[in-house]
Design a protein around this ligand. Structure first.
Ligand code: GTP
Ligand code: MG
Length: 371
């Protein structure tokens, strides 16, 4: 269709129709109702005003009916934030992740052999969980974003105070801004003699990053990944930011998510670390992932423990794929194997034919990314 009603648009964005009507009156369309039909330009304006992204679904997905439906707002419940740590080489990203991981109260559970799956979830003493992504290097991040995968809610930019703002710091800032994701600046290595965080705050201004003490809105924290100082404050700021974002998902539906990383393991075959973004993934579920498909034979969490189910914001490594998918590939549970094969082979066919899987720009084929 060439138009969409206010109500339908509200459903797809998981926003209130009344808020859209209010926005429309501000936009010089007074007297709109829930049934008012919006043309594409107006709908896109409303979508961007609400801060959502438009994801254009490919022809293939529309044809095979793989267009995700938005969840009824009533089904949404709070989910943990997904946080990516970025920064220049050697500024302490891995050390900071390790230190944060050390705050996990559920580490060392029976059978827990820590293994690297590139994404993990930390449960804080207060019971809140935070998911950290370890993998996305800048290229992966850009590629995933380019393919419409929005996996991270918050970016932490690590800057070693002694080294200062470096090329990859700037790149990280730019990527974060382009993705429209809030950033928290962690000024690291504060244990080193002569530490001067003010210098970094000042230098950030050049890149249009104003931290709170400079009159801006970006949060910053002084940390030492090695001495483990400032971690509580960093966690507090992550949780505060998550609170503001009101992150929610419907856990009671077929799972959907994105591939964080994938590889071929000699003994276990193709493996993928998938971030579940809505719904709950279960052992035995049949899925399509990019041009591959499979049936979940087993799932491991970041502690190497087998789990039977995985809900929103949980990263899990899954076994049982037909092949190795790519980082950023969408993951979706489907009703049966026939369907999974059909979609996967359709997509594989498209790839072989090197047809661009871009977009018909009509409203029917457009849906809003998870917020
Ligand atoms: P790449 O993954 O190579 O980009 O580096 P990274 O950003 O992950 O840095 P990493 O955590 O590997 O740390 C680099 C070096 O800085 C190591 O020698 C760390 O011990 C050191 N380092 C990290 N954090 C701190 C800190 O808070 N204080 C001090 N003094 N050294 C630190
Ligand atoms: Mg590292």
């Amino acid at each position: 269709p060439e138009s969409i009603t206010v109500q339908e648009l509200a459903n797809r964005m998981a926003e209130r129709a009344s808020d859209i009507v209010r926005l429309l009156s501000k936009l010089d369309m007074p007297g709109s109702s829930y049934e008012t039909e919006l043309d594409q330009d107006t709908a896109e304006l409303v979508i961007s005003e609400f801060g959502h992204n438009i994801v254009r679904v490919s022809d293939a997905d529309v044809e095979v009916g793989m267009v995700g439906e938005a969840d009824d707002p009533a089904t949404l419940v709070k989910r943990p934030p997904v946080v990516t740590i970025m920064g220049h080489v050697d500024h302490g990203k891995t050390s900071l992740l390790d230190a944060l991981r050390g705050t996990d109260v559920v580490k060392g559970e029976a059978g827990g052999i820590t293994q690297h799956i590139g994404a993990y979830q930390v449960t804080l003493p207060g019971g809140e969980a935070v998911t950290f992504l370890d993998t996305p290097g800048h290229e992966a991040f850009t590629e995933m974003r380019g393919r419409g995968a929005k996996v991270t809610d918050i970016v932490i930019i690590v800057v070693a105070w002694d080294d200062g703002i470096m090329p990859q710091t700037i790149e990280a800032i730019n990527h974060t801004k382009a993705a429209g994701v809030p950033m928290i600046v962690a000024i690291n290595k504060m244990d080193k003699a002569g530490a001067d965080a003010g210098r970094i705050r000042q230098a950030l201004l050049q890149y249009d990053v104003q931290v709170e003490s400079m009159g801006g809105e970006v949060q910053d924290v002084e940390v030492s990944a090695v001495k483990k100082t400032g971690l509580d404050e960093l966690i507090e700021k992550i949780l505060l930011q998550a609170e503001i974002l009101e992150l929610k998902a419907n856990p009671n539906r077929a799972a959907e998510g994105s591939v964080i990383e994938a590889k071929l393991d000699k003994g276990r075959g193709p493996l993928a670390t998938v971030l579940v973004q809505r719904g709950t993934l279960k052992v035995g579920d049949v899925f399509v992932v990019g041009a591959e498909w499979g049936k979940v034979r087993a799932m491991l969490n970041d502690k190497g423990v087998q789990v039977k189910t995985a809900g929103p914001s949980l990263p899990v490594e899954i076994l049982g794929l037909s092949g190795v998918p790519r980082a950023g590939d969408p993951f979706m549970v489907v009703e049966n194997e026939a369907r999974a094969r059909e979609v996967a082979s359709y997509r594989a066919g498209l790839e072989t034919a090197k047809r661009t899987v871009s977009a018909p720009a009509d409203l029917a084929s457009m849906f809003m990314a998870l917020k």
